[in-house]
Design a protein around this ligand. Structure first.
Ligand SMILES: O=C(O)CCC(=O)C(=O)O
Ligand SMILES: [Fe+2]
Length: 218
């Protein structure tokens, strides 16, 4: 089977001018300021506001307050979404076919996404539903679209680092280890917004191609 190339993404990212790698061997994680320009971020915020629904999680854990944000499925046929997807593909070297549809997330005051990992539990009840075809998630690419007046940092528990939202800033991390097993050291917390609103977009790549309909990515 053709590989997604995700195992080469860390080396590729490490060579990007201005990128910073987390100084740890526990996970592959990077931060790149100003990956998207302010105009693109503002346009994405408008799209998210036009079509947001309550966020959900796989393998429900009984905590109704675990993820309290809103989610927007961004229409991949829109020119701006095509442009952002292409940029993420160029950055990671992972072909577009391996990406889930791009999503937007919005957090109002008091909303958060408690400490979690983005991979699916291979033994969890929802594995077949979400992973039978595309397989496990590999890389997460997350971009802050704005800077809320207070709160909304993303905290990685393995590094102790709190990443502050800034317009266009990108975070990237590999949810699996080089041997393909899940990496629990990717545990992270989208912390409560204290003032204002927080907007991000997220792109998750998979081990195998996403079941896009024929011609959908052209
Ligand atoms: O909002 C954040 O800072 C984190 C978001 C996140 O972890 C996710 O969407 O999986
Ligand atoms: Fe996450």
């Amino acid at each position: 089977m053709a590989s997604s190339g995700a195992d080469r993404t860390a080396a590729r990212l490490a060579a990007v001018p201005g990128i910073r790698r987390a100084p740890t061997s526990r996970l592959e994680q990077f931060m790149l300021p100003r990956f998207l320009d302010a105009e693109t971020c503002a346009a994405l915020i408008d799209l998210i506001d036009s079509d947001a629904r309550p966020s959900t999680i796989a393998d429900a854990n009984g905590d109704a307050a675990f993820r309290t944000s809103s989610t927007c499925d961004l229409d991949h046929r829109l020119p701006i979404v095509i442009a952002v997807n292409n940029k993420l593909h160029d950055l990671t070297g992972i072909p577009l076919a391996y990406g889930e549809p791009l999503q937007g997330q919005r957090y109002d005051i008091g909303e958060e996404f408690k400490a979690h990992t983005d991979y699916f539990d291979p033994h969890g009840a929802d594995w077949d539903t979400y992973c039978a075809v595309p397989g496990q998630r590999s890389w997460t690419l997350m971009i802050y679209l704005n800077q809320p007046a207070a709160g909304g940092a993303t905290r990685f528990l393995a590094t102790g680092k709190m990443h502050q939202p800034e317009v266009g800033k990108l975070l990237a991390w590999n949810n699996v280890r080089p041997d393909g097993t899940i990496n629990p050291d990717t545990l992270h917390h989208g912390m409560k917004v204290r003032k204002g609103r927080k907007y991000i977009i997220t792109k998750w790549f998979r081990e195998r191609p996403w079941p896009w309909a024929a011609g959908e990515l052209e």
